[in-house]
Design a protein around this ligand. Structure first.
Ligand code: RP5
Length: 190
């Protein structure tokens, strides 16, 4: 999957193994502060594709293109977006600035970078002043996965079909751990 091909495109659920452009309105907006943050958000793409959630992907910086980021946040609700996910590194203000311009839930993913390995982005994202919350997830690629799953759990509140898929996802995950445990013990006995 080439990130630049995806920028500013609305994509829908995986069909026949391919992401497809869609007329369906995106439910989730995935925003990254730099295209260098793409490897983190690609983890979210995979989860949303798996669950059939339409999403849009943008590169918008709170610092380098602040007007674009703010305009997007202001218009998101009217555009039918339900949740925004923001991935940014260093002095990561993208999620906070976005949250300041919309009442929609905003999930922040801190992106690790030199020299502080994401601690800077974590604190910048999570330490919001009272009144403007950002739901902050794990830094890095695990955060890409968890941000998507967290967004899906919010969307599932009003979507029984999605709830079913989420429960199946968890059950499969549990089955994999149990299988790994059994295999490990089988191997150790030999
Ligand atoms: C942040 O600054 C971006 O989210 C990125 O993680 C970091 C560095 O940006 P680049 O110099 O890699 O574009 O705004």
């Amino acid at each position: 999957m080439k990130g630049c091909d995806l920028m500013a495109k609305t994509v829908n659920a995986k069909k026949s193994g391919k992401q497809v452009a869609s007329e369906v309105s995106p439910e989730v907006a995935l925003i990254m502060g730099s295209q260098n943050d793409l490897p983190i958000l690609e983890k979210s793409f995979t989860i949303f594709e798996q669950f059939g959630i339409p999403f849009t992907v943008r590169v918008m910086s709170a610092h380098r293109s602040p007007d674009v980021a703010i305009e997007f946040a202001r218009n998101a609700e009217a555009a039918g977006i339900k949740i925004l996910i923001c991935a940014a590194g260093m002095a990561a203000h993208l999620a906070g600035v976005t949250a300041g311009h919309t009442i929609l839930p905003v999930i922040g993913i801190p992106v690790p970078s030199e020299p502080f390995n994401g601690l800077d982005a974590l604190l910048s994202t999570v330490q919001m002043p009272p009144g403007i919350p950002v739901g902050t997830v794990t830094a890095g690629k695990a955060g890409g996965i968890n941000a998507a799953l967290y967004a899906i759990s919010i969307l599932a509140l009003n979507n029984p079909e999605l709830t079913k898929k989420l429960k199946a996802y968890r059950a499969e995950q549990t089955a994999q751990v149990i299988k790994a445990d059994q295999e490990l013990n089988r191997n150790l006995q030999h």
